[in-house]
Design a protein around this ligand. Sequence first.
Ligand code: PLP
Length: 365
Amino acid sequence: MTTECDRIGGINLAQGVCDTPVPGIVQEAAIKAIHEGHNIYTRCDGIARLRQAIAEKQLRDYGLRYDPECEVMVASGATGGLHATVMALLNPGDEVILFEPFYGYHAVTLQSMRVKPVLVALAEPDWSLDTEALKAAVTPQTRAILLNTPANPSGKVFTLAETEAVAQLCIEHDLFLITDEIYEYFIYDGARHVAPATLPGMRERTIVLSGFSKTYSVTGWRLGYATADARWMPAMSHFHDLTYVCAPAPFQHGAAAGLEYLPPSFYTQLAADHQSKRERLLRALEAAGMESSVPSGAYYVLAQATRLPGKTGAEKARNLLATTGVAAVAGSAFFRAGRGEDLLRFCFAKKDGELDEACDRLRRL
Ligand code: PLP
């Protein structure tokens, strides 16, 4: 959709590219790092300054204590972190439970390493978790649960009770919990991000993945991280090294400066700004006759596109692009075959001017 959208000069609400401004302090520190010669390989798990800053962030935000020397890995995006985790900790034939709707990279990364994603459907309209369905999905081959909260594409923020149910199952069946918390600061209406590793007995079995792509609007920098118990980290770092060698050196300095110097108000403002963008998009979608469940987190809206012409989600997305010049993603990208065809995903992490123009076009639909 991004390629087609670029071709016709449309407004891209499809891919979560996040083209909002990069905080000045983060930009300047990366540019300074280039000028100062930080352009060579770093330690495979990242520069000491950034590992230290990540460890301090996890302690400050969640009370989670990680040793920056052996429990923090700077990765080439959360994506690189997940790839290294799967390579290090899982084997072909293992099963990993994923919640549906799911983020495509999660399912396909597992499949690319011959690990089987087992889908547990969340229930519409608020994507609540059916704990009985979750329990029923566990088999002797299950090795991990992959939990994305706040979630792409549903915007679901797993509640404390739901997270506890997931944690309890991990402990009962001795499973890893791989979390993708990349939208941890994109949280609305007073919802709270529960970091699953904080629950009793979970720190030792949770691989926390997150990153800077979304928080600092640097999706192209390819910079994320994993925090996990020292038992798992050497293998994860080894496999990250084999694929990426290290994360981009100067950008590591940029992210470290962000973690060190941006005040707490930066993160609350980020959430407030995106909540306002969410409101505008929801109103425009409603005016266009596309009802949506209200996301409590992340920066996507999964909208009902029943009224749009087209038999499949892909046809509906192409029709919408042709008639309005607004690109969205077919809902089917986030579900097992045959599901999600009536849904479209819209991203609202856009500069205000572009988002407002897209909303005007949707309203005229
Ligand atoms: N995880 C989720 C749930 C995402 O939605 C995305 C991007 O859309 C990523 C990870 C990518 O993160 P990164 O850029 O750090 O690889």
